[in-house]
Design a protein. Structure first.
Length: 463
């Protein structure tokens, strides 16, 4: 291959051939067009190498050796954002998987598998734990979404949605129970085992809000003569499998909505008679105002703190009070329009940038891969899949009868089988309906609390 010469400052320099130079430029141009999140691939690769490299290096700090990757918000956000954006991009490119919520599925379960098989090193794990647990990122995320979507929602949609969603939730719970027990009988499971150890955990509202109090109640009653730890191990697999099925179904719902637009409200839950105006309003792009976003973040924190403050005096969980407080503020017009806009813009920022990173953190902390893998027997899986599918299907048809959009109604009902806030985020992100998070939280928390109380009292009665 030849070379050409150019003169620089009177000195003749040999350079690569024009052909090689052009090929390199074309190659780099193509790489720059590949995006991971919003970043060009080369820039993303450099950042990923820095983060991963730091997790492998120890530096001297005083008399101790510590990881170069800080175990705090800085290191934690770096880890989960790099992994979240990468896994979301991969999930969005794999055929078939991309149509059933692949981005959410990979973001949630790949980190869990990596941790189980030692591919997620201790420094990365420590940084993730720091941002998720120590900094309580999950609740910050949920409060921003609840507050922003609630205050940014049309008042009529909000009121009618809350009033109507309880019917599909109740019908869905009954249907899932009947179908789950029937399928269990086909595989030799007794109704007792199916209901109390598979169906109740699936619809119990997650691990922290559902399985932990449920297992404590079972243990206190001396059920099966097992400790709470042993009972937790028995209850977790069905909740995890149910959540996976719900995520996949949410992805299918989104695909249906793209193909058959008459079933989709494009984020609206209730048909109001003014749907076109509302959709137009939702689609309006308003100029981002950074000070207003700060105001929105402060309001989200304040509503969360208010819920925790009132919880001991009301006996109602703090997250539910946060939702009710934001709803009342919206309905009574207590919040100025400009502040509502700030909350809505903060919600959009958090939802668009931090959803998949959050799922990575949740996969590391709350999705035990070995428990999930060990539960994959045909009969067990069929019970979980059939009950969640019937739950979602009933949400579709009952919502349609109640003048709700079938797709959105089914998505909210699906969250009854989710892992608390974790499940809600994964399910709604799989169907691109994060604006439904307030309804999903009611579905998960109120529906889950009802199932836990029902399970403990019923098992006590039956002995």
């Amino acid at each position: 291959m030849g070379t050409y010469s150019e003169v620089v400052g009177g000195v003749v320099l040999d350079s690569p051939s024009r052909e090689s130079s052009d090929r390199l430029a074309v190659w780099m141009s193509r790489l720059m067009k590949i995006r991971i999140g919003v970043m060009p691939l080369p820039a993303f690769a450099i950042i990923a190498c820095i983060v991963f490299g730091a997790s492998l290096v120890e530096i001297k700090k005083g008399s101790n050796l510590v990881s170069a990757l800080p175990a705090d918000m800085l290191g934690g956000f770096a880890v989960i954002m790099v992994m979240g954006w990468l896994l979301a991009e991969i999930g969005n490119r794999i055929p078939v998987l991309k149509n059933i919520g692949g981005s959410a599925i990979l973001s949630l379960f790949v980190p869990s598998a990596m941790l189980a098989y030692g591919a997620f090193n201790p420094a990365m794990n420590a940084a993730t734990v720091a941002v998720m647990k120590t900094s309580n990122f999950l609740y910050f995320y949920i409060s921003c979404l609840v507050c922003g979507s609630m205050l940014g929602m049309n008042r009529k949609v909000l009121v009618q949605g809350f009033l109507r969603m309880f019917v599909p939730l109740l019908v869905g719970t009954i249907t899932a129970t009947v179908v789950g027990i029937a399928v269990g009988l086909l595989f030799g499971y007794t109704p007792y085992r199916t209901f109390f150890f598979i169906l109740i955990p699936i619809m119990g509202g997650g691990i922290g809000e559902g399985i932990l109090p449920l297992s404590a109640g079972y243990a206190e009653l001396g059920i099966l003569g097992k400790s709470q730890g042993e009972l937790i191990a028995m209850l977790i697999p069905s909740a995890l499998i149910g959540n996976v099925v719900a995520i996949v179904l949410a992805g299918v719902l989104d695909r249906i909505g793209q193909k058959y637009e008459q079933y989709s409200g494009k984020g609206l839950l209730v048909r109001t008679g003014h749907d076109n105006e509302l959709l137009k309003e939702m689609g309006e792009v308003k100029a981002i105002e950074l000070p207003l976003m700060g105001c929105g973040m402060l309001m989200a924190c304040a509503f969360w703190i208010l819920g925790g403050l009132l919880a001991p005096y009301t006996g109602i969980p703090g997250p539910i009070l946060m939702i009710l407080g934001a709803a009342l503020a919206k309905v009574s017009s207590l919040v100025p329009k400009r502040m509502e806009l700030g909350a809505a813009q903060m919600y959009k920022f958090v939802a668009s940038n931090l959803t998949y990173p959050l799922l990575v953190g949740l996969g590391v902390l709350y999705v035990p891969w070995k428990d999930l893998a060990s539960a994959f027997t045909l009969g067990y899986f069929c019970i979980c899949a059939a009950s969640v599918t019937s739950l979602v299907a009933s949400g579709w048809f009952v919502g349609r009868l109640l003048n709700m959009y079938p797709l959105e109604s089914a998505a909210v009902t699906a969250c009854h089988s989710g892992l608390g806030g974790t499940g809600d985020v994964a399910i709604l992100s799989a169907c691109n309906r994060m604006g439904l998070i307030p309804f999903a939280q009611i579905s998960t928390r109120i529906g889950g609390a009802f199932m836990v109380v029902l399970g403990v009292f019923a098992i006590k009665f039956l002995g």
